[in-house]
Design a protein. Structure first.
Ligand SMILES: NC(=O)c1ccc[n+]([C@@H]2O[C@H](COP(=O)([O-])OP(=O)(O)OC[C@H]3O[C@@H](n4cnc5c(N)ncnc54)[C@H](OP(=O)(O)O)[C@@H]3O)[C@@H](O)[C@H]2O)c1
Length: 260
C-alpha cells in the first residue's frame, strides 16, 4: 500500500510513519504546514526509523502523488483543502483529525461521492466496543441513570471536549432517544436536568487519552473506562483502516466497517 501522511510532523503523524512498514505500507509522501520546524526533513529519520527517502513538504498536491491512501492527523482548518486535493488525485482518505468545522463536514460528504473516505475521531477498536457497551448499558438501565462522560488528555491538546467524548455522547443520545450535551458546568447552573449528557475535559501531563462513561443511578453507579497507553494504538488503527480502504469504491466508511 502506497501511503501519504498529512500532518507528518505531529505526534500522530510521526507514529504513523514509525509503524507504516510493519503494517505493510510504503510512505510516498509526507505533508506538514508551511510553518513546520521539520520542513525538508526525512519523515523516517524524524520518526526515528531511519531514512525513508521522503522529505516533509508543505505542498499537499505533490505529497499525494503516487499514493493510494492518505492518512490525516492534522488540524481542522487543513482538512478541507486536503479533501479537495484527494478528490482531484483520486486518493482514498483516512482522517482522524477531530472537531472538523462545517466546511470539513460538507467536504467529507462531497469527497465520498468520488473517493473512499473514512473519518474517525478515534481509531481504536476498543473505543468502538466501549461505545457499543455504553449504548447497551443506557438501554438496560433506563432513564433513572444519569450519564456523564469524563475525558483526560495531555496538556498540549488544543481542543475540548475530545472528538471521542463527543462520539460517545452521540452513542448515548442515540440509545436514549434524546439528550442535551452539556460541556462542563460553571456558576448557578441549577439542578441537573434529566435529559443532560455531561461531558467534561481534564487536561494535564502526558496522558494519551482516557475516557470514562459514568452511569449514575439511585444507590449505585457503573463506570466504563478506556485508557490509551500509547499513540501506536491509534496509528495502527489508522493504518488498518487505510489498508481496508485501498481499492474500495467511493463512499463513506467507518471504523465499524474496518473491524467487521
Ligand atoms: N482519531 C484518533 O484516533 C486520534 C488520536 C489522536 C489524535 N487525534 C487527532 O489528530 C489531530 C492531530 O493530533 P496530534 O496530537 O498529532 O497533533 P499535533 O502533534 O499538533 O500535529 C498536528 C500536525 O498537523 C500539521 N499541520 C498543521 N496545519 C497543517 C496544514 N495546514 N497542512 C498540513 N499539515 C498541517 C502540523 O504541522 P507543523 O506543526 O509541523 O507545522 C502537525 O504535523 C488532532 O485533531 C487530534 O485530536 C485523533
Amino acid at each position: 500500500m502506497k501511503l501519504a501522511i498529512h500532518g507528518a510532523s505531529g505526534r500522530m503523524g510521526q507514529a504513523v510513519a514509525r509503524l507504516a512498514a510493519s503494517e505493510g505500507a510504503t510512505v510516498v509522501g509526507a505533508v506538514v504546514s508551511h510553518r513546520s520546524a521539520l520542513l525538508g526533513r526525512d519523515v523516517g529519520e524524524a520518526a526515528g526509523v531511519g531514512p525513508l527517502g521522503v522529505a516533509m513538504s508543505e505542498d499537499a498536491a505533490s505529497g499525494l502523488l503516487g499514493a493510494e491512501v492518505v492518512i490525516d492527523f492534522s488540524r481542522p482548518e487543513a482538512v478541507p483543502h486536503l479533501l479537495q486535493l484527494a478528490m482531484r488525485a483520486r486518493v482514498a482518505v483516512v482522517s482522524g483529525t477531530t472537531r472538523l468545522d462545517a466546511t470539513g463536514e460538507r467536504l467529507l460528504v462531497e469527497a465520498a461521492r468520488v473517493i473512499p473516505v473514512l473519518w474517525a475521531p478515534n481509531t481504536s477498536l476498543a473505543v468502538h466496543v466501549l461505545a457499543k457497551l455504553a449504548a447497551e448499558a443506557v438501554r438496560q438501565l433506563g432513564p433513572s441513570f444519569d450519564v456523564e462522560i469524563v475525558e483526560t488528555h495531555h496538556r498540549a491538546k488544543v481542543d475540548a471536549p475530545s472528538g471521542t467524548a463527543t462520539m460517545l455522547a452521540a452513542a448515548v443520545r442515540e440509545a436514549r432517544g434524546d439528550g442535551r450535551v452539556v460541556a462542563g458546568r460553571d456558576g448557578e447552573v441549577g439542578p441537573r436536568r434529566d435529559d443532560e449528557i455531561g461531558v467534561h475535559a481534564v487536561r494535564g501531563g502526558d496522558v494519551i487519552g482516557d475516557h470514562t462513561i459514568h452511569l449514575l443511578g439511585p444507590s449505585e453507579r457503573l463506570e466504563l473506562t478506556h485508557r490509551a497507553t500509547s499513540r501506536d494504538l491509534f496509528a495502527r488503527g489508522a493504518l488498518r483502516a487505510a489498508r481496508f480502504l485501498a481499492g474500495k469504491p467511493a463512499g463513506r466508511y467507518t471504523m465499524a466497517d474496518v473491524v467487521g
